[in-house]
Design a binder for this molecule. Structure first.
Ligand code: ACO
Length: 401
């Protein structure tokens, strides 16, 4: 589309679309999403197949570089990431300065931004080598920041895991390793985490991804753009929903498990309460990720021998909602985060770290989208508005107001 021509033809008329409900912001070759049919594909690969057969690092490579890696590419990607996993020791001082009560998403956003201070050279986006180096750098350092954010809160020493482990295994070791104890990786937990990270890895132009692209369109660096994305993800209408879902399920349980009461609250237009984990801007049929996660939640809880009454509350809510005209008419189905928190909880991850886990999964998607935006030489993101304020007014001196 020739926008200049369009502007001339429309004589300066501006489209207004609050929330960009029907506005495309870019052309993208990364993720295909059909909300009516419930289809999600990364680089053409069905999400169901990737969740079943691939591991997170393969998916990250495919998202960022366009195709699944062969063995040589994958091994090199992993060893380059490992070589870049050390973070500057002064980052520990920044972590120390946060109060224990700080929300991990705020800490993670700050630490990601702080990385720019320790890695100041800007990326030459015309150099493939430079691009690649910045990708492996953040893929290496981000899990360390995630693990340290959690460990600091728990009063545990900051660690680096082990270079002999796979990417996802090492995340688990960094997060859960206790002093003077050998951390043994449970393959069920590892597989569940792989699946969760893959399912969260990209989702076209959602709120945080659009934030990453629009921040990056000013040619600010990758780390700063990611930091902006992390802040956008934090909100309860986006990534923060996974924490909000679990807190909601716990509240329902504490209130005697009365799901009818909360269904009624969600439908009451006078009540601001919404059924967290339900509804999606794009999926108007079902969220294919929710289907996979629901099954995984059952399996993980079974395999780990965890009996969580909250899973039963979640299932009851889902059943009621699927048969309730309010939810049916508005096409409100469980989204990816309705069941993810139940798995995170079974894995021993604290509730306030759930959105951080989402960020860990979304990292390759954000990187891929930032890279695509720069390689496509997209112009700076700068929407217009319809001005509805005062028309011209004369200035009134301070003493006369
Ligand atoms: N509970 C009750 N009613 C809801 C819910 C809900 N969870 N979601 C939407 N509705 C209702 C709205 O009140 C509205 O009703 P109305 O037509 O009578 O006014 C209608 O459904 C449409 O909702 P909108 O808010 O206009 O839909 P929008 O596309 O703007 O919002 C969103 C989508 C933000 C996801 C919304 O469904 C919501 O708030 N869900 C709960 C939070 C959540 O789970 N977020 C995670 C999203 S997925 C992700 O980011 C990973």
């Amino acid at each position: 589309i020739d926008i200049k021509k369009l502007r001339e033809v429309t004589n300066g008329v501006i489209t207004i679309d609050p929330g960009y409900k029907n506005t495309g912001s870019c052309e993208s070759a990364i993720t295909f999403l059909d909300g009516e049919k419930g289809i999600l594909r990364y680089r053409g690969f069905a999400i169901e197949e990737l969740a079943e057969k691939a591991d997170f690092l393969e998916v990250a490579f495919a998202l960022i570089f366009g195709n699944l890696p062969n063995k040589v590419q994958l091994d090199k990607f992993h060893s380059d990431i490992k070589a870049q996993s050390l973070v500057d020791d002064d980052i520990k001082k920044i972590i120390d300065a946060f109060p224990k009560t700080a929300h991990p998403m705020g800490v993670l956003s700050s630490l990601t931004s702080a990385l720019t201070a320790f890695n100041p050279s800007s990326v030459n986006v015309d150099s493939e080598e430079d691009m690649y180096n910045s990708v492996v750098k953040i893929m290496g350092k981000f899990p360390v920041l995630v693990a340290w954010t959690m460990r600091k809160k728990q009063g545990l020493p900051l660690n680096y895991g082990s270079k002999s482990l796979g990417y996802v295994e090492n995340i688990l070791k960094m997060m859960f390793e206790q002093p003077n104890e050998d951390y043994v990786i449970n393959p069920i937990v590892k597989n569940a985490l792989d699946k969760l990270l893959i399912l969260h890895a990209d989702h076209e132009q959602n709120c945080s991804t659009s934030t990453v692209r629009i921040a990056g369109s000013s040619h600010v660096g990758l780390f700063s753009s990611l930091s902006a994305g992390i802040s956008a993800l934090w909100g309860p209408l986006h990534g923060g929903a996974n924490q909000a879902v679990l807190e909601m399920l716990e509240a329902i349980q504490a209130d005697g498990g009365d799901t009818d009461k909360y269904m009624a609250k969600a439908k009451d237009k006078e009540d601001p309460f919404r059924l967290m984990g339900f509804g999606h801007r794009v999926y108007k049929n079902f969220d294919p990720r929710a289907k996979i996660i629901k099954k995984a939640a059952d399996e993980v809880l079974n395999d780990l021998g965890v009996e969580d009454p909250i899973l039963e509350i979640a299932k009851a809510l889902e059943k009621e909602a699927l048969n309730d005209p309010y939810f049916v008419e508005r096409k409100l189905y469980p989204n990816v985060d309705f069941y993810s928190g139940i798995i995170y909880r079974a894995m021993g991850i604290p509730v306030d770290m759930f959105t951080v886990m989402f960020a860990l999964g979304r990292l390759p998607g954000w990187i891929a989208q930032w890279r695509e935006m720069r390689l496509n030489k997209e112009p700076i993101g700068r929407p217009r508005q319809i001005y509805v304020g005062e028309t011209e007014r004369g200035f009134i001196e301070l003493e006369k107001r």
